[in-house]
Design a protein around this ligand. Structure first.
Ligand code: MGD
Ligand code: MGD
Ligand code: SF4
Length: 751
């Protein structure tokens, strides 16, 4: 892999010498002769790097990092390899339908025929079985304007709250964590905090592979300020942990105990900031208020020694990291799927927030709990737009009557239009399809037949319901189930806004015409919606700019106010962070802070005001340790965990089309600790079976100390070895996010 990167760099005009620690970060290659450079955002991760696309003769020929966006011109390798993806032979360039039902071939047809064919079963379902029988399954990779229109069409047009999508598999626990603790979603901090932090607490995030440009920023902070401390809490020894002062490896799924243990030490040693939590926090057990003494008593159960017995982390290490966290000048916590994809993902999020609220490491530069977002537009397009079954725009909730009334007024709807019950969350949606209750689904910019948990069970829904899918690439597994395939214009063939982790909205401008007969998804959605019967007055947009204009102005009626972020401004600037109520407002760095956040009244008596809560106070929750759904046991003695590799994006439909990236990771494998391998007589490359209660699959073995004994890891990008067949679909009861990170498995060599 290193050689590959070096090879790539040989042809790279503007290669930047960076710290070895930051390994993956590279500047990009230029095709030369560009006639213009068009500004955009990288197609892949939630870091949201700005890019410039070079165009020559109507073709995209180059890409480089935008020096004016937060990434300051840097991109990781896969971001830098986006151009060949556009022109991949796997692009879908014509609409297709399966005329004779699921077992028939896909046949190319005209747009007219495809859209009519797509719309009819939805019309029928609405007429015969009502709004709850149709659904939209969307994506944190779709443009904001697309998700906004889909959400409005479904909830206001069809009166169906069955709007969900892949952020349910990803950010739902983080969303619920912010909402329960602070009253509103989205972080208070930004990437600027990385440059000011004295301590990083990275828990359940392999930042180095999943957010490489941010990892580079963290590594740079450490390199230039050697006193900065880094704690990485991850059962695996990942590349991220290699820059850690302390790598805390622990029994998967025991983070709740670990963080309560840290809180115990912080209070026992009086390292808490009593002034901060006394003024700005309430303590809550379940739904009931308690006092600080009761919280202290609750933590009596989490002495370092007791936590050691649960987590396998030495008591002395728990004391050490608690001190590092509390005693620093400012601590930034970063977390991702190791925390969110858990049956107690919301509680784990709450406990991270607890540590910050207890120590006052919040709402100051370099001190913040900053949840890393996975997809490029999960924040802007789904969380802010409210394109999930329980949400409405700008942090409103479906089941809150006042919120529904507000949205009905803002969308000029008759009172009572929006259905009062939340729609189906992802698992319930696919179960509903299997049961025949959801008869037709519109899938946009996501590949659920590869990425849902418990695939053998949940893909039954795709065999049962009528499936319309927008796609760009023939390599998507879900196409096997689609009744209609609508070719969407790909990234940089259309325009729209992405909102990344740090509340930053950036515009991707159209650089080239859509290839073949593909069309911008916004047009596809509106054409489809009108055919099904949405009142055209509800979606009167000529283009994405019109949608943005409505959305921008609507936000002014909320604390997510970004009315000052006009399209014209986004064309000039490389991203603006909301809240941003007026066109001359610079955007907000420190949310909830009186002198920075325009949503806090200037004359507010307190410096910090958590305005999402009625009394302006955040919550420190008493959340006990609760084990994972399916821990290892005598019959299935290993824990299986899954995740990402640096060079592939999710199901590799895009990265898999780039030979250099494919060569780096040609297929899935299983990582096994050398001790376990020895016991099982497994050597590198041996075919090894992972057998769970759902299914079994054979992977080539990779013997490495990345995994602790008893733990095995496999990436999930490979369509030939879809590890999600092995997983259960148990989910967090609050966020409904599945626990992809832990299941019990047998491990044995093929005899
Ligand atoms: P993962 O590999 O899913 O990536 O980004 P990450 O969450 O950073 O898992 C993170 C870590 O959780 C793993 O190292 C795993 O060992 C650890 N973990 C497992 N069990 C536990 C546990 O019990 N506790 C703790 N604390 N940790 C545990 C995900 C992010 O990446 C997302 S959500 C998306 S959508 C994007 N996808 C993506 C991609 O597909 N490829 C690449 N290269 N980058 C991506 N960036 C984004
Ligand atoms: P992607 O490969 O990103 O995975 O799951 P998915 O969203 O299902 O799918 C995006 C699809 O959109 C691809 O088929 C791609 O070809 C298509 N596409 C690309 N560009 C466009 C476009 O412009 N328009 C349209 N219409 N389509 C386009 C991701 C999901 O996976 C996530 S977000 C998470 S966090 C979960 N993580 C996870 C895990 O950690 N472990 C395991 N085992 N499973 C997981 N599944 C989840
Ligand atoms: Fe793209 Fe993420 Fe890499 Fe930045 S770090 S270039 S957003 S994949």
């Amino acid at each position: 892999m290193t050689i590959l990167r070096r090879d790539f760099l040989k042809g790279t005009a503007a290669a930047i010498a960076l710290s070895v620690l930051a390994g993956p970060v590279r500047a990009a290659q230029s095709g030369g002769g560009e006639e213009k450079w068009i500004k955009g955002v990288c197609r892949y991760c939630g870091t949201g790097c700005g890019v410039l696309v070079g165009v020559k003769g109507g073709k995209a020929v180059s890409i480089k990092g935008d020096p004016r966006n937060h990434n300051q011109g840097l991109l990781c390798l896969k971001g830098a390899m986006l151009i060949p993806v556009i022109y991949s032979e796997d692009r879908i360039l014509k609409p297709m339908i399966r005329k004779g039902g699921k077992n028939d071939q896909l046949t190319e047809v005209s747009w007219e025929e495809a859209l009519d064919f797509a719309a009819n079963p939805f019309k029928k379902a609405l007429a015969e079985a009502g709004p709850a029988s149709i659904a939209y399954y969307g994506s944190g990779q779709a443009l904001t304007e697309e998700s906004y229109v889909a959400n409005k069409m479904w909830k206001a047009g069809f009166k169906s709250n069955n709007v969900d999508g892949n952020p349910r598999l990803c950010m739902a626990s983080a969303v619920a964590g912010y909402i329960t603790t602070f009253g509103k979603d989205e972080p208070m901090g930004t990437y600027n905090d990385i440059d000011a932090a004295s301590c990083f607490f990275i828990i359940g995030s392999n930042t180095s592979e999943a957010h490489p440009v941010l990892f580079q920023r963290i590594a740079k902070r450490k390199e230039t300020s050697p006193d900065v401390k880094i704690i990485v809490a991850d059962p695996r020894r990942t590349n991220t942990s290699r820059i850690a002062d302390v790598h805390v490896s622990f029994k998967p799924g025991t983070d709740l105990a670990l963080m309560n243990g840290m809180a115990h030490v912080i209070i026992r040693e009086e390292l808490d900031d009593a002034r901060f939590h006394g003024k700005y926090c309430n303590f809550v057990k379940g739904n009931d208020p308690v006092n600080f003494e009761e919280y202290k008593k609750f933590l009596d159960d989490y002495t370092p020694e007791k936590v050691e017995s649960i987590t396998d982390v030495p008591a002395a290490t728990i004391v050490k990291i608690a001190r590092m966290f509390a005693e620093s000048k400012g601590t930034v916590s970063l977390w991702c799927m190791g925390i969110n994809q858990r049956v107690r993902g919301v509680w784990a999020n709450n406990l991270i927030h607890n540590l910050h609220l207890l120590t006052g490491h919040i709402c100051r530069p370099g001190a913040t709990p900053l949840s890393l977002t996975g997809q490029p537009n999960a924040c802007g397009g789904v969380r802010d737009v409210g394109a999930l079954a329980h949400l409405l725009p700008n942090g409103r909730m479906v089941e809150n009557e006042a919120h529904r009334k507000e949205m009905e007024a803002l969308w000029n709807l008759p009172p009572g239009t929006i259905a009062p019950k939340m729609g189906r969350h992802t698992i319930a949606l696919f179960e509903g399809m299997t049961a025949g209750d959801v008869k037709a689904v519109f899938i946009h910019c996501t590949n659920p037949a590869h990425t849902l948990p418990n695939l053998n069970k949940l893909t039954k829904g795709l065999q049962t319901a009528f499936v319309v899918q927008t796609e760009c690439f023939k390599t998507a597994e879900t196409l096997k189930y689609a009744d209609v395939v609508l070719p969407a214009a790909f990234w940089c063939e259309t325009d729209g806004v992405y909102g990344c982790t740090e509340r930053r909205y950036s515009l991707t401008e159209q650089a080239i015409k859509p290839l073949g007969e593909s069309r911008p998804a916004l047009e596809i959605l509106m054409d489809f919606g009108k055919r099904v019967g949405v009142d055209p007055k509800l979606i009167p947009y000529q283009n994405a700019s019109d949608v943005w204009e409505e959305w921008r102005l609507l936000s002014a009626k909320s604390v997510y106010n970004f009315a000052g972020i006009t399209r014209a401004r986004l064309k000039k600037e490389s991203g603006v962070k909301w809240p941003c109520p007026t066109e001359n407002h610079p955007g907000t760095y420190l949310r909830y802070v009186r002198d920075d956040d325009p949503m806090v009244p200037k004359d507010h008596p307190n410096k910090v005001f958590f305005y999402g809560k009625p009394d302006g106070k955040a919550v420190i929750f008493l959340r006990p340790y609760d084990p994972p759904f399916e821990p290892a046991d005598a019959e299935y003695p290993f824990v299986l965990t899954t995740g990402r590799v640096i060079d592939h994006w999710h199901t590799a439909t895009m990265t898999g089309t780039v030979p250099e990236l494919r060569k780096a990771y040609p297929g899935a494998y299983v990582e096994i600790n050398p001790e376990d391998a020895k016991k099982l007589s497994i050597v590198n490359g041996d075919p090894v079976v992972l057998e769970t209660r759902r299914d079994k699959l054979t992977f080539p073995a990779r013997i490495t100390d990345t995994c602790m004994p008893g733990l095995v890891f496999t990436p999930f990008f490979d369509p030939k070895l879809m590890v999600n067949k092995l997983f259960h679909d148990a989910a967090d009861p609050i966020s409904k996010e599945p626990e992809y990170k832990i299941c019990a498995t047998k491990v044995y060599k093929v005899s």
